[in-house]
Design a protein around this ligand. Structure first.
Ligand SMILES: C[S@@+](CC[C@H](N)C(=O)[O-])C[C@H]1O[C@@H](n2cnc3c(N)ncnc32)[C@H](O)[C@@H]1O
Length: 225
């Protein structure tokens, strides 16, 4: 959020993959008077985001696919932990960069393939890999090239502490309401029970603290010549 300056061009700030819109408070505080538009594919998430935005006439939430945004439509684009969920993240990032107006700013944080040694994300991924082949992560190398004419200002790891009451709570959240929910629905309860058992066997007892690394990419669209 510290990357959002006041010298943005006219236009809205778009927030692809806004989920329940936790980014909103920081954006409205830093950019008073600015139109802010959240986009999320999930009707449930969009409904929660609208609830959070209620009463602020400058904020809208659109239910839809954020993989492709309208070219030259935004003053800034801020996206947190959504990019890695898109089918073609590098193509989406290219579209987001192209959606900036001249001088506009893109700030994207996502979960890369490797986030930490030994934490719950890694342990879960190791257990999963023994049963489900890894997806293609080659798109991560294509992210910076996808920015095309936008100038890369920052490409850095970001890390904050996370605390889970215990491994079982982490596993339940991850598989019921987190990124592994689609897999859980597809594979069924027996698969998830076996996965849980192996995950818990490898996990530490009690509270689990970790500091996973996300990747933060910031780019600025060139000013008009
Ligand atoms: C991990 S959540 C992050 C939400 C929020 N930005 C946050 O930091 O809490 C990722 C969100 O991306 C949304 N999402 C996934 N694919 C999407 C797509 N193609 N278009 C728009 N949103 C999408 C999901 O519905 C989910 O709400």
């Amino acid at each position: 959020m510290r990357a959002l300056p006041s010298d943005l061009p006219d236009g809205p700030v778009l927030v692809p993959c806004c989920g329940t819109f936790p980014e909103l408070a920081a954006l409205t505080a830093r950019l008073p008077g600015r139109e802010i538009v959240g986009v999320d594919l999930s009707a449930g998430m969009a409904a929660r985001a609208r609830k959070r935005a209620a009463g602020n006439s400058l904020v809208r939430v659109v239910e839809g696919d954020a993989s492709e945004l309208e070219p030259a439509s935004a003053a800034a684009i801020v996206s947190v932990f959504g990019l890695q969920q898109l089918p073609e993240p590098d193509t989406a990032l290219g579209s987001w960069a192209a959606a900036l107006r001249p001088g506009g700013l893109l700030s994207v944080v996502y979960w890369p393939h490797s986030t930490e040694p030994g934490g719950p994300f890694t342990v879960l991924s190791d257990v999963l890999r023994e049963r489900v082949p890894a997806g293609d992560r080659s798109w991560e190398e294509r992210l910076v090239p996808a920015l095309k004419d936008a100038v890369l200002e920052r490409d850095e790891p970001l890390s904050f502490p996370m605390v889970h009451p215990d491994a079982d709570t982490f596993f339940t959240a991850h598989t019921r309401s987190g990124p592994m929910r689609p897999l859980a629905s597809m594979r069924g309860e027996g698969f998830i029970a076996a996965l849980r058992e192996e995950f818990l066997r490898r996990a530490p007892e009690g509270e689990w603290r970790h500091r996973p690394f996300a990747r933060h990419i910031v780019a600025r669209a060139a000013e008009r010549a």
